[in-house]
Design a protein around this ligand. Structure first.
Ligand code: RIB
Ligand code: CA
Length: 349
């Protein structure tokens, strides 16, 4: 009989709506031990990210997962937040249960280092917010890349428009210096003292294929044995979920705000699940196709600051430092997402 050992997983989030969906996907996934959650300022200020992470653990009755607070600001620029996209507290119209859970006494950068030292060569990490705390951790522990088994980053846009400026994606745009530090200091050479992998980088060019819709959200509610009325852009703004399941209620109330934002941006009554795709890839990299490239980040361009550039043909003469996601099967992703999150939600009924 093969006994599978739970894989240690560390996640760094700027918990907004899709980060929350990514966390719930991890909570509902088998064979993993969530060894830490780093809270990074981004969609909302870092204290609110911390509250969202603690509240989600409370809602989902998940014990023993340390939550750490990250830096208040990006490494060298003022913080911008996105309450217009994710709601005043980052989770749309949803409210989370109160909790007495507390943050770790150490910060998010230390949490990265502790998790890597505790699971040398085995740690699977996912970053779905700005790379502020990962960069700070790598400054303090340059060997961090060699201590991880896999790193998945949701960030950037490759031969694709931005969602924050015409060319920059949000996570990179909030802290371009941190992203540039992470990519430029990633040890490219592979060998005994080097990482045996490159970070998997999922940009908007890939994650915008993963569009949650009212119909898919209805499938999720049904999977959770908590069927709900289908959402529509014709609903009164802020209509609250009719779900009986506590998790489905929170996810629907969060997603409605996200749907409304995308609708107002003329993208349709839908919402891209950028971060849940990153979580799914962290557990099963085979669900996306990738190509190696050297990635760098524009820092000084008047119009292009925060743009991610992939040097596919190697014109810079630098070794590849990333595996860029280039293809995914959305249907296969949603089948797995709905099965796992719906099944997990049923345990909370
Ligand atoms: O650009 C999409 C990314 O920015 C996602 O991680 C979303 O949560 C926001 O942080
Ligand atoms: Ca995010």
């Amino acid at each position: 009989m093969v006994i599978s050992v739970p894989q240690p997983v560390f996640v760094d989030v700027d918990t907004g709506v899709d980060d929350a969906m990514a966390l719930v996907y991890l909570f509902g996934s088998p064979d993993l031990e969530l060894v830490g959650i780093a809270s990074t300022a981004g969609n909302v200020p870092v204290q609110q990210v911390c509250q969202n992470n603690l509240g989600l653990l409370e809602l989902c009755r998940i014990e023993e997962v340390p939550v750490s607070k990250g830096a208040e600001q990006p490494v060298s620029s003022p913080l911008r937040t996105a309450e217009d996209t994710h709601g005043p507290q980052g989770l749309g119209y949803a409210t989370l249960p109160r909790t007495n859970r507390e943050l770790t006494p150490y910060d998010a950068a230390q949490a990265w280092i502790k998790a890597a030292h505790a699971h040398p060569g085995e740690l699977i990490a996912v970053a779905t917010g700005p790379l502020t705390n990962l960069a700070l951790a790598m400054r303090e522990e340059p060997a961090l890349p060699t201590l991880m088994r896999r790193l998945v980053i949701m960030g950037g846009a490759f031969e694709y428009r931005g969602n924050t400026t015409p060319v920059a994606e949000w996570n990179i745009s909030v802290d371009p210096e941190a992203a540039q530090e992470v990519f430029s200091s990633w040890p490219a050479a592979w060998g005994s003292d080097r990482p045996r992998y490159l970070p998997i980088v999922l940009g908007l060019n890939l994650t915008e294929h993963i569009a949650m819709t009212p119909a898919l959200l209805g499938r999720l509610a049904a999977e959770a044995d908590s069927p709900t009325l289908p959402m529509s852009e014709r609903d009164e703004r802020g209509t609250r979920s009719s779900a009986t399941n506590p998790l489905i209620r929170v996810l629907e109330d969060a997603m409605r705000f996200y749907f409304e934002f995308h609708f107002d941006q003329n993208e349709g009554y839908l919402a891209h699940l950028h971060d849940p795709l990153a979580a799914a890839v962290a557990l099963d990299p085979g669900i996306v196709a990738t190509r190696p490239a050297t990635v760098d980040v524009e820092l000084t361009g008047t119009l292009t600051r925060g743009m991610t550039i992939a040097d596919w043909p190697g014109r810079w003469g630098r070794e590849p430092n990333a595996l860029i996601g280039i293809d995914v099967d959305p249907e296969a992703f949603f089948d797995r997402f709905i099965e796992r999150v719906g099944g997990f939600a049923r345990t909370l009924a």
